[in-house]
Design a protein around this ligand. Structure first.
Ligand code: HEC
Length: 279
């Protein structure tokens, strides 16, 4: 950001020269992240990073592949589709709220709304669609909203994430805010997200095998055996905050939406593969 540096020149005059610190652009961040993980895991195909721990651990991958014949989220996706297609009391459907009637759009979320000056995630858009049509908002972490989001993700499978950051200081600030959140230490354990997912992917932490930040949002919502159901990305954020004994923030809080903006931007170019399963 803008910094001011005082430069003393030979004449002894102190000049105040404003200059822009070489803050990396989001695109430079993304390229650096891709390079970093490529070097860390030279045998992993770049698109495979969307599979998180399964890209890095053969045993975990086998267990996962054996689930693919009867994925435990199948029923929820079918329910999500039904809810998506069932008209609201006013006769309209979710399709009326989205580009391309909501089919194959997951890869464009979250996006920055320049008139509202905030990050809009898919789940937020789903609830705003409901409220605009006279329906009650759904709870954010699981249940119906996860099923609808999972169905919408399934219609985008294979499409490359295409998160845009408009040339707008507030959009840039939202991205930077998410990035800062990712790198800030917190909780009794004093860990940042990066302590685990940037510094230690591919390592075990107790019974868990750590995934890299790259590709993380692509499988969401996921069905976790631990949950016994589908959960949204913000449910996972809250879980990771809890793991380091930091107070989780509410799902769809501005902080988590900005965090999702940063994290999903890092995955630009990688394919949507959600929903999926996780331990
Ligand atoms: C103490 C280590 C630790 C910290 C700190 C941590 N996580 Fe995690 N996270 C995990 C573990 C363990 C898992 C489950 C295994 C995996 O996928 O990495 C996980 C999973 C995830 C997943 C799901 C990945 C997938 O493929 O299913 C996301 C997204 C995630 N973390 C985001 C975050 C964010 C954002 C933060 C910071 C708020 C964070 N994590 C902080 C340990 C951590």
């Amino acid at each position: 950001m803008l910094k001011t540096k005082i430069i003393s020149v030979a004449l002894g005059v102190a000049l105040v020269v404003p200059y822009v610190l070489a803050a990396p652009t989001p695109e430079e961040d993304r390229k650096a992240a891709v390079e970093y993980y490529k070097q860390m895991f030279p045998d992993v195909q770049i698109n495979d990073f969307v599979n998180g721990q399964y890209a890095l651990n053969e045993d975990r991958r086998k267990q996962w592949e054996s689930l693919q014949d009867f994925p435990p989220y199948e029923f929820a996706v079918a329910e999500g589709q039904e809810m998506f297609e069932t008209p609201f009391a006013n006769g309209k459907t979710y399709a009326s709220c989205f580009d391309n009637e909501g089919i194959g759009v997951r890869q464009n979320y979250p996006h920055f709304d320049q008139s509202r000056k905030e990050v809009i995630t898919l789940e937020l858009a789903i609830n705003e669609c409901r409220e605009a049509n006279g329906e009650k908002a759904l709870r954010y972490k699981k249940g119906d909203i996860a099923s609808i989001s999972a169905y919408m993700a399934s219609t985008s499978n294979g499409k490359a994430f295409n998160i845009t950051i408009p040339d707008d200081p507030e959009a840039q600030a939202a991205y930077q805010d998410g990035k800062e959140f990712y790198y800030s230490r917190r909780g009794q354990l004093n860990f940042s997200c990066a302590s685990c997912h940037v510094q230690n992917p591919g390592k075990w932490i107790r019974a868990d095998f750590l995934s890299p930040a790259l590709g993380q949002p692509a499988s969401f919502p996921v069905h976790r055996s631990k949950w016994g159901e589908l959960g949204t990305l913000h449910r996972r954020f809250a879980g990771c905050n809890n793991n380091v004994r930091a107070k989780p923030l509410p799902a769809q809080s501005e902080e988590y939406r900005n965090l999702e903006y940063f994290l999903t931007y890092m995955s630009n170019g990688l394919p949507v593969v959600g929903p999926s399963t996780r331990p």
